[in-house]
Design a protein around this ligand. Structure first.
Ligand code: AR6
Length: 183
C-alpha cells in the first residue's frame, strides 16, 4: 500500500492569514478569548467563534476545557473550516523529574489531541502556533522540540500538511533548529 510522508513546514507570519482546513488556537480553559493568538483569531474570525465557544461552555465544558485537551468550533470568517482550541500548560520553572515530564506531556498532548480531532474532522491541513510560548512563558527552544517531536509522531493520513506559524524570527529559528535536530 502506498503511504505518503507528512509535510511539516514553517511559516513566518500571522496564523490568521493561513488557508488550511484547521487553525489551532492557543486558548485558555475559559474558551472565552484572551490575548495573543486567541485574541487575533477571535478578532479576525468574528463573533460566530465566540458563540460556538459559549455553547461548548454551556454543554460539555461547563468547568472549562482542561489543559492538554482540544475542541473544535467554526472558523467564522477565517480561511479555514474549523478552529481547534487547545489549552497549553503555563510553564512552571524549576520542575524536575516526573513533575517536569508531566508538564511537558501536557504540552505534547495539545499537539496530539488537536491532530487527532482534525483527522476525525477529515482535515488534510492544519496550522499550529507555538503553543504556550507567549503569555504562558514556555521557553521557545523546548516548546519547539516538544512541538516538532509530537507532530512527527502523530502525523498520518489524511492529515499530511502540518504547518507551524511563527510570529517572529526567534520563534522561527527555534523551530528550524528543532526540525533539523529531529532529522
Ligand atoms: N500568529 C501566530 N503566532 C502568534 C500570533 C499570531 N497572530 N500572536 C502571537 N503569536 P500566546 P500561550 C505567538 O500568548 O502562550 C491568551 O491570552 C506568540 O509570539 O498566544 O499559549 C490565551 O487566551 C507565541 O510565540 O499563547 C491564553 O490565556 C505563541 O504565538 C494565553 O494567551 C503563543 O503565544 C495562552 O498563552
Amino acid at each position: 500500500m502506498a503511504t505518503s510522508a507528512p509535510l511539516i513546514t514553517l511559516v513566518r507570519g500571522d496564523i490568521t492569514d493561513q488557508q488550511v482546513d484547521v487553525i489551532v488556537n492557543a486558548a485558555n480553559s475559559s474558551l472565552l478569548g484572551g490575548g495573543g493568538v486567541d485574541g487575533a483569531i477571535h478578532r479576525r474570525g468574528g463573533g460566530s467563534i465566540l458563540a460556538d465557544c459559549r455553547k461548548l461552555r454551556a454543554s460539555h465544558y461547563g468547568r472549562g476545557l482542561p489543559t492538554g485537551r482540544a475542541v473544535a468550533t467554526t472558523a467564522g470568517k477565517l480561511q479555514a473550516q474549523y478552529v481547534v482550541h487547545t489549552v497549553g500548560p503555563v510553564h512552571q520553572p524549576g520542575l524536575t523529574g516526573e513533575a517536569e515530564r508531566a508538564q511537558s506531556e501536557l504540552l505534547a498532548s495539545c499537539y496530539r489531541e488537536s491532530m487527532r480531532l482534525a483527522r476525525e474532522l477529515g482535515a488534510t491541513s492544519i496550522a499550529f502556533p507555538a503553543i504556550s510560548t507567549g503569555v504562558y512563558r514556555w521557553p521557545l527552544a523546548d516548546g519547539a522540540r516538544v512541538a516538532v517531536r509530537t507532530v512527527r509522531e502523530a502525523a498520518q493520513a489524511p492529515l499530511l500538511d502540518v504547518r507551524f506559524v511563527l510570529f517572529d524570527d526567534a520563534a522561527y529559528a527555534h523551530f528550524e533548529q528543532a526540525l533539523v535536530t529531529a532529522g
